[in-house]
Write a protein that binds this ligand. Structure first.
Ligand code: NAG
Ligand code: NAG
Ligand code: NAG
Ligand code: NAG
Ligand code: NAG
Ligand code: NAG
Length: 409
């Protein structure tokens, strides 16, 4: 009996001691983990609800949010850390609350396919790289749904442009919107190109276009312009072709043979400047844009492109192009900026995602909800179109059909 008691007491003491030991060590271990956490912020989780999205991993572009891809993609080269996930990967819907942001691409958005439950800490992100002009979605049904916007528009919470310009010398930044005409004149006057960019160029205007319908009326514009100056139209809407399988060769051919390139967007909305512009700015060719909102002046160096919208008649524009075509000095002045700036992008990838990731890590940013997306997206995008004056109705001008007017759509 006595032996039995001693045995029980010893067992109890052993149990207590082990519990104490484990409690303290486990406690210490947790303590250590907490320390580590406070130094390295936790990785935030971003879930893509519908649409694939391209990010850059090293030199490779990967798509997330696609098919049955079960990998988590760690955003690299960002200041803060985030993992990106595809919705199809979720096997346990109880884990939905673990996501810090859920990204909805406007193209796929429908009010009947949204998470069943949302948590107050989660950011619902409205993503779009297309302009609002096409009215893909019914924005009325987005009322009080989104917390943040991520688009090409400057006034988005997460500004995600197609590209931008960087000044090579940080102490010299020529802000196109600010620069006065005297300073610009001095810059151009002192510009002595080492090479003549017009040399060897035997053709005038080129246009690569695959979509013959647009909301910007660019085809109607080019139809008129080509009666006044030679335009080679490549692709479905013209009779020229350059193999898509060799894009580098096509670009070199463009740069070698042509003086101007039509960088015309399919919609005319504020800040909507795509790779159609940034791509051309890398080459020695002058892009012709149609900018009704003044956004090129905000992003690009002054006197680096021609804005067709500055000319109220297509004939005035054609005459100006013919003037440059006949005077290499004037033509070369459009390349003064190459010494001072480089083009970055098209970069529809990590930059915007890094900004989103930073926002998720920033606890001081106040919470926000977009009450009226019709207002923010459809109205504030300020999308416009143009039409040409009608020679039957307005006869006050000669060749009235070359004059255009713009209107909100
Ligand atoms: C940048 O511009 C400043 C002011 O004109 C000049 O002093 C400096 O040498 C330039 N730096 C480079 C790297 O060109
Ligand atoms: C394309 O059409 C224009 C006139 O519409 C014509 O002058 C030109 O020769 C054609 N080019 C080719 C490659 O067929
Ligand atoms: C070309 O334009 C420049 C600058 O306006 C002018 O000084 C020059 O005389 C022009 N050259 C010709 C051949 O017209
Ligand atoms: C967090 O957001 C605030 C307000 O927008 C901003 O002033 C601050 O610089 C941000 N902090 C970081 C670390 O980005
Ligand atoms: C997002 O908006 C919803 C709906 O108004 C709100 O409940 C939630 O707290 C907001 N989240 C953030 C992070 O702002
Ligand atoms: C949302 O904004 C649009 C455009 O400004 C306006 O017509 C509409 O009445 C607004 N809706 C609500 C519910 O306030």
């Amino acid at each position: 009996m006595f032996h039995y008691h001693r045995f029980v007491v010893i067992i109890l003491v052993i149990i207590l001691l082990t519990r104490f030991y484990y409690n303290t060590t486990i406690y210490r271990k947790e303590d250590k983990l907490e320390d580590v956490k406070s130094i390295h912020q936790p990785v935030k989780k971003i879930l893509f609800w519908y649409e694939r999205y391209k990010i850059r991993k090293g030199n490779v572009r990967v798509r997330v949010g696609q098919g049955s891809d079960s990998e988590a993609h760690r955003l690299t080269h960002c200041a803060s850390q985030c993992d990106m996930f595809n919705r199809d990967r979720i096997v346990d819907w109880n884990t939905l609350k673990d996501y810090d942001a859920i990204v909805f691409h406007q193209h796929g958005w429908t009010p009947i396919d949204v998470p069943m439950k949302r948590w107050p800490h989660q950011h619902y992100i409205f993503l779009s790289m297309e302009s609002s002009a096409w009215r893909f979605v019914d924005t009325k049904s987005m009322a009080n749904f989104f917390n943040r916007t991520m688009t090409y528009r400057r006034d988005s919470d997460i500004f995600n442009p197609y590209g931008w310009f960087t000044s090579l010398n940080q102490s010299i930044i020529f802000d196109s919107a600010q620069i006065d005409s005297q300073t610009l004149h001095r810059l151009l006057y002192n510009f002595d190109p080492a090479i003549n960019y017009a040399t060897g160029k035997t053709k005038k205007v080129a246009w690569f276009v695959s979509n013959c319908k647009s909301l910007s009326a660019r085809n109607e514009f080019v139809d008129r312009l080509k009666t006044l100056i030679d335009i080679d139209i490549y692709g479905k809407c013209g009779n020229m072709s350059c193999s898509r399988s060799n894009p580098v060769w096509c670009r070199q051919m463009l740069e070698r043979d042509y003086k101007f390139y039509l960088s015309l967007e399919n919609t005319l909305c504020e800040d909507y400047v795509t790779e159609k512009f940034f791509d051309q700015m890398r080459y020695h060719i002058i892009p012709i844009v149609f900018d009704l909102h003044g956004h090129h002046a905000r992003i690009a160096p002054p006197h680096s492109y021609i804005n067709a919208a500055d000319y109220e008649s297509v004939r005035d524009l054609a005459n100006y192009l013919l003037l440059l075509d006949g005077n290499d000095t004037l033509y070369n002045e459009y390349f003064w900026w190459k010494k001072h700036y480089v083009t970055v992008g098209p970069e529809v990838s990590n930059k915007g995602m890094c900004r989103l990731c930073d926002l998720l890590h920033n606890s001081t940013i106040p919470s926000k909800t977009y009450q009226n997306m019709t207002h923010w997206w459809d109205v504030q995008s300020k999308c416009r179109s143009i039409s040409f004056l009608d020679s039957n109705k307005d006869t006050s001008k000669n060749d009235v059909n070359f004059y255009w007017k713009s209107f909100l759509i």
